[in-house]
Design a protein around this ligand. Structure first.
Ligand SMILES: *Cc1c(COP(=O)(O)O)cnc(C)c1O
Length: 273
């Protein structure tokens, strides 16, 4: 199972060699659709040698992610695996009407959650139709453009360990800043909360120390990207002159800095006292 572009936001240059090597050893390749934002309409996992894949509707197709409820992930397979798909399969008959087809001798059989999260699938389909093929293609192109715009600006004041064009996301690191000032990726994320930003993913992927993953998506304008870059730059500058100001963040939110170890070890889940 691979995601491409990978979690560093980099397209795997050797993807064909990788999938061929796995196939040669008798394996199948599963495509994790987590990063489909980067390639919708622009390249196809099937052409890279993948056999089956899912789309994370809650990542790429406008479905609520997290607190609002479960995600959904429809699965697609290469032509040669269609006969094994679960039953029933919706088919259009000779009169143009949809029917459920149960007559599939090689099918793996019915699945309990066949309909998936139906409302999510309808919403995602609406998003797909509303944007159309051209729209989805452009969404990916804008997501990639936006990520590279922010990447090039951010490398002026934070390390970017993979200094090459990225896809929809890139990795910055606060390791040098931490050595110089004690301010960590976590502190930067908290300081962003104070400035009105949803904190980015931090400490993931694990292979980059003090990692900050930045994925602006296609929906941001140049103005909002510039504001975000300015906020991040100001945080890094403040960290150098007054590290405590960043380490104490957030101070503008309803709940301030919590003791994360205590929160995990002694969770208090009741409202009030
Ligand atoms: C988000 C992500 C996942 C997890 O997907 P969810 O459906 O949101 O749980 C898996 N792999 C990668 C690479 C991801 O980015």
């Amino acid at each position: 199972m691979l995601t491409n572009p990978n979690t560093l936001g980099l397209f795997e240059d050797h993807i064909l060699e990788i999938t061929q090597a796995v196939h040669a050893a008798g394996g199948l390749m599963y495509y994790d659709g987590a990063n489909a934002n980067a390639l919708m309409g622009n390249s196809r996992p099937g052409d890279m040698g993948f056999d089956l894949m899912h789309l994370n509707l809650h990542k790429t197709f406008s479905i609520p992610h997290g607190g609002g409820g479960a995600g959904a992930g429809p699965i697609g397979v290469a032509e040669r695996f269609v006969e094994f798909l679960p039953t029933p399969v919706a088919r259009r008959d000779g009169r143009g009407e949809y029917r459920l087809d149960f007559e599939r001798p090689k099918s793996i059989g019915p699945m309990r959650s066949f309909w998936s999260n139906f409302a999510h699938v309808v919403r995602a389909l609406t998003y797909v139709y509303a944007n159309g093929g051209e729209g989805l293609t452009k969404i990916s192109q804008l997501a990639v453009l936006n990520a590279n715009y922010v990447r090039v600006a951010v490398k002026g004041f934070l390390e970017t360990p993979y200094d090459e064009p990225c896809r929809h996301e890139f990795i910055a690191s606060a390791q040098a800043l931490k050595r110089a000032t004690g301010v960590r990726a976590l502190d930067i994320a908290k300081a962003l909360l104070d400035r009105g930003y949803h904190a980015p993913t931090i400490y993931f992927p694990l292979l980059v120390p003090e990692c900050i993953m930045i994925e602006p998506t296609e929906t941001e304008s140049k103005e909002t990207l510039d504001e975000f870059i300015a906020a991040l730059r100001e945080i890094v500058e403040t960290a150098k002159s007054d590290p405590a100001a960043i380490m104490n963040a957030p101070v503008n939110t309803v709940v301030g800095r919590i003791d994360e170890t205590r929160a995990a070890r002694q969770p208090d889940l009741r409202w009030g006292s």
